[in-house]
Design a protein around this ligand. Sequence first.
Ligand SMILES: Cc1cc2nc3c(=O)[nH]c(=O)nc-3n(C[C@H](O)[C@H](O)[C@H](O)COP(=O)(O)O)c2cc1C
Length: 520
Amino acid sequence: MRIDRRGFLRVLGGTLALASRSRAAAAEPRAPEIHSATANRRFGAAGARRPRRSSRLPDFKDYPGAAPLALPRAWSGPQRALADAVASGAAAEGFSGAPIALVQLARLLHCANGVTGAYGEGEAAIALRAAPSAGALYAGELYVAAERVEGLAPGLYYYAVAPHALLRLREGAFEAAIARALERPRALAGAAACVLLTNVFARYTWRYANRGYRYALIDSGHIGENLRLAALSAGLGEALALRFHDDALAELLGIDGREEAVCALHALGVVQAGASAPAERRFAERQDLPGAALSQSEHLTERYHEATKLVPVGEGVAPPAAEAAPAPRLASGAGAPPGLPGRSVEDAIARRRSPLEGFRADPISAEALRFVAAAAHGHAALARAPDVDLYLVAHRVEGLPPGLHRFDAQRGELLPLRRGALAGDLVRACGGQEMAGQAAAAFVMAARFAPARTRLGDRRYRDQLVEAGAIGERVYLAAEALDLAARNLAAFRDDRLDALLGLDSRRAGAVHLTVIGRET
Ligand SMILES: Cc1cc2nc3c(=O)[nH]c(=O)nc-3n(C[C@H](O)[C@H](O)[C@H](O)COP(=O)(O)O)c2cc1C
């Protein structure tokens, strides 16, 4: 084929224009692909699995041959008021090496994700858990690496939720193996036990398609926050790790890291006073797996999870030299408003339930809102991802005009953004879910996107989802502590909710939403 000079110049010009357009596009801010691919739009969530299953997957894993060790249920130890636990919540910097009692561990597991209720009757009844779960499909599982628990041989255990029992998977001490998989290996030295939170993603994705991935990570935030607050209430310390060598932990648990993966790790134990923050090393993100390996995976959420696994430096994309400094949050310090019951952490967890029938139309007090907001806001030292902003859509709060507000993280104050009734808009943004308008107020957690280093998205997005779930759990428990009720309404239309919040969806996006009010 001959190309004349004019034709050659045309082709060259076109190529250069394309290259400059794609350079410009690369420089433009945009949401990470994982966020867009898990958004609900007009026609539902992207990436439906095919073939779709017609029924839910089993809620529990089966380990035939593993003898169940029944856990004690009675508990008579110390309990702290929820407000107190939230306000005092700095993470443990070190553990003393002292053991904890089996009954303490049992209590923490129950508070994290044990059975606290039932929906329906007979064979069709669903056991409801301490933490909420999208559609009550419970993708989350708990494993325990027990090191110093009186009455429990060191080893790896699976927490069987229904019988409230531990199933031993492997015998032995695993502290050193887990430490090797952490960026802060000394963070768990001397801990009594580590609880590893995994998700069996398909329990959500068969129903919610790609959106189910978001829900799974958000769930880990809800469960982990219960665990953390229950540990503080029992006078123990807790340290969270979200950055770990994923495949090493998956191998330890005997899971594939793909269908089921570790999403968070909590070390628990007796706090060592005066310990200083343990030194860190940095892992890299796998990201640059050969393109073929990534594209072989059918589902974008799996590709994202695979690409954001941490691996030793040299085997992946190195983290940026300095991540943006976290915006400090103020300690909430909020006690229960006078005249309102201030429940303990355990009590709030035991009572927590999403209302089935909806919310009453009467308002909540400004003090109640302040209390819940302070709990949502949390403690300075705790933000798992400081780039999650908190918005409030007020419908019926005494003394607060209806409208949209944003929390100023530095000052710990509500900043009004827009006045006026937004109930109708919020119901539409929540795909017609009436509770969004019946509730007294809605908390919306929005992730700010740093300029994406990769097209799919960085690991940071996982942390943001976990953080959003933790905020949602504090909203639930604070509402419960005041005899109010909360419900997650995370099945929102992203474009509509972002527009309501006034977000530039290339730079930030709502990831979670929890409403509060008086239950009917
Ligand atoms: C990530 C997530 C998203 C949720 N989204 C919705 C929702 O859009 N609408 C709704 O009515 N409930 C939603 N829920 C609440 C669950 O349906 C509820 O937690 C579950 O039925 C268990 O009931 P419980 O909270 O009373 O234990 C959500 C929960 C989670 C964790």
